[in-house]
Write a protein of this length. Structure first.
Lengths: 176, 217
């Protein structure tokens, strides 16, 4: 596909990889905005028929309104080994290390297929709910040193809701 | 569905003349108002947001070539996070871009998790074929709609045969209602200014493929 690379680095326009030299038609083909608009619209309708948002998924999003809680503080994901970590050579399935932060509160979580290990800082006891969507999946307890353990989180996105000293902190949703 | 979030059925002309401001049929100011209402506890407003912006989120998941299961999780994660941040989003009128960007980052993470020994930002390397993207076509199986069905099927077939980048761009552009270029930019991590020209080229490729099959738009 020579000559099809362009300044956008957009060099895989056409799956065929052959046919007329695609790049050379630029500028010689008068663009027809109306035709493009029509084609895009037709494609939009095709997508609505052939690849719509699954109905069950839409319901999940509608139900997610229940997760809206203005009183809870959101602990944002500040470290994710999947993104920020350096892969360890030879380790094919390293634990997922996550750090969440809400102001002075830090929650470190390590997830492996075997379970979940966590540390709340500064150290303090807490009641913890593992959330799987709007549903509660499990309950854990952090000891006086802020340590907690549990089963592996559920499939799909999860979050931790920590209640400690009258404060509620919820970790950002993510998939383990 | 809320009227302002209706899907467009008439072609919008001259997208490229307004590529920086194209807002499709979702009224941005009203999205901001809906977000505010939802944050105040209005579940109908939330539902309107799901209907108006859900297809965009879905298109982002689909455009990244994820498996069905992964695409479902990306969609859910984006909405769970949005619910969680409701009332805390700095620019509520840009919620579409916020959701698109959140979905994109989740897509990249899942792609990375699937091959975590080679973290990469190269979109070419991140392309992974979907395991089960066979579309549900049963809704089209009615005799009288056969011709139309054939046309839609053929169009989709040629769309899916486009190169990865065109497929990705168009899949997001054709979510319904049409996304703004800012949202497309957030969804795919490409500059707003390059969307218009890329869109034209991709649609031209698609038209050429259709013409080669003796079908013109």
């Amino acid at each position: 596909m020579s000559g099809t690379s362009d300044r956008y680095g957009f060099d895989d326009f056409d799956g065929s990889g052959d046919g007329p030299a695609d790049g050379s038609t630029d500028g010689t083909f008068p663009d027809d905005d109306w035709d493009s608009g029509l084609l895009e619209e037709e494609l939009r309708q095709a997508a609505a028929i052939l690849d719509p948002v699954p109905a069950a998924l839409r319901s999940v999003a509608v139900d997610a309104f229940a997760l809206h809680d203005l009183d809870a503080r959101v602990a944002e994901l500040t470290f994710d080994s999947l993104v920020d970590g350096i892969p360890v050579r030879g380790e094919t399935d390293p634990p997922r290390m996550l750090t969440f932060q809400a102001d002075a509160v830090t929650v470190d979580v390590e997830v492996t297929p075997d379970g979940l290990i966590g540390q709340l800082l500064p150290p303090r006891p807490a009641r913890i709910e593992v959330l799987s969507g709007p549903r509660e999946y499990a309950r854990l307890t952090a000891d006086d040193l802020g340590r907690f353990t549990g089963d592996a989180p559920p499939a799909g996105p999860f979050a931790l809701r920590l209640r400690t000293g009258g404060e509620v902190v919820v970790t950002e949703w993510l998939r383990a | 569905m809320n009227g302002l979030l209706r899907g467009g059925t008439t072609p919008s002309t001259a997208y490229d003349d307004v590529s920086y401001t194209r807002g499709g049929t979702v009224d941005r100011a009203e999205v901001g108002a809906l977000v505010q209402s939802a944050a105040d506890g209005d579940s109908a407003a939330w539902k309107s947001l799901v209907d108006g912006l859900g297809p965009l989120v879905w298109s982002v998941a689909r455009s990244h070539g994820l498996s069905d299961a992964d695409a479902h999780e990306v969609y859910q994660t984006a909405w769970f996070r949005f619910a969680q941040h409701l009332g805390r989003i700095r620019e509520p009128e840009k919620t579409g871009s916020w959701l698109a960007s959140t979905a994109r980052h989740e897509c990249l993470k899942l792609l990375r998790a699937s091959k975590r020994w080679t973290p990469t930002d190269d979109p070419q390397l991140l392309d992974r074929p979907s395991e089960d993207r066979t579309p549900e076509e049963s809704v089209l199986d009615s005799e009288e709609a056969a011709a139309q069905t054939e046309r839609v099927r053929l169009l989709w077939q040629e769309f899916e045969a486009l190169g990865e980048r065109c497929r990705q761009l168009l899949r997001v552009l054709i979510s319904s209602p049409p996304p703004s270029y800012q949202e497309v930019s957030a969804a795919l991590g490409i500059a707003v200014g390059s969307i218009g020209p890329m869109r034209q080229r991709c649609l031209r490729r698609l038209r050429a493929r259709l013409e080669a099959r003796g079908t013109t738009s």
